[in-house]
Design a protein around this ligand. Sequence first.
Ligand code: SF4
Length: 372
Amino acid sequence: MESISHDWKWQIANRIATREQLEEYIELTEEERAVFDGELPLSFAVTPHYANLTRNSEALRKTVIPVGAENNVGTGELADPLGEEDHRATPHLIHTYPDKVLFLATTFCSTYCRYCTRSRMVGKPQLNLEGRVPSRPPSAMNQSEQSPALQKYADTFAYIEAHTEIRDVLISGGDPLTMTDSVLDELLSRVRNIPHIRMVRIGSKVPVVLPQRITDDLCSILRKHRVWLSLHFIHADELSPETQEACRKLSDHGIGMVSQTVLLKGINDTPEALKDLFYGLLEINVKPYYLLQCDPVQGSEHFRTTVDKGIELIQSLHGHICGLAVPQYVIDAPGGGGKVPILGKEQLTRTAEGVAFKNYLGKEYFYPDQIG
Ligand code: SF4
């Protein structure tokens, strides 16, 4: 195994994308080797940094190493569980909430999580969106004036400009922090120059899987555009010295950070695992924001806990640890109802197949929760 470099571009250039490369870092079981030799339903890649962490963490290993169970499609599981494709406003934009949009800037991640809600698209070329793109609003900026790097987003900027009710842009993907400084700077400038936009967030797992990317230059760009980061952590074993340094650097530059944690069976579904993670996050100035019930994406059954388990876990934290360390437990309503805070079992109507609950508009949604 080549020695690991602290340069983020080296980490991406040398990321592990085959079984042979992975076996230079960790020993695979016969079953895992057989899975690799078949066709993988989800994209596979992991940075050398994260692969190194998996050597001492069974929990992290489970989140990135393919297993046979991801070929099974459980009851109620969908390729697009959140119904994002039905809310696609432009090829790069999902508009579900009244004043918030999700800007899908890239389909690239340095490391692919096996439970990813967008596994249908991450690591793959942009989806064929024929027939899904609504008529285009007039753009305030002529396409020829756009920088070449941003031309593919012209429709998206035009849509945001035309929809003056939009206040909040969440730039996600894929992982936007894998883009170069110059493209990210241009993209953020373009969004920030839209007068009605008040909040710009980036969703990212980069400080965890590619902490070397958090350079002073990147921090200055994020600070200049007053960006909040919505980070994705699932276990305290991810809080490596490099990740702690990256988050402290972001914090020192005045970047606001919150975290989203997907609740994962056999990985973080104990009070101790969650307490360790949430206290660890506060120590590096990241506020635990959401504990997310795992979305019913195809091939996720082996990762999903019951909703009752999620409620028990969050109730085991309230009052027992610092209030700031307790996130909201939410279900992202399948089909596009948005995130719904789950406070107790009385909020749910049970059927044999799952649980029904209402979102912020009083509309009923259903989560397939038959697994025990
Ligand atoms: S980092 Fe986010 S978008 Fe990328 S694979 Fe993981 S969950 Fe999906």
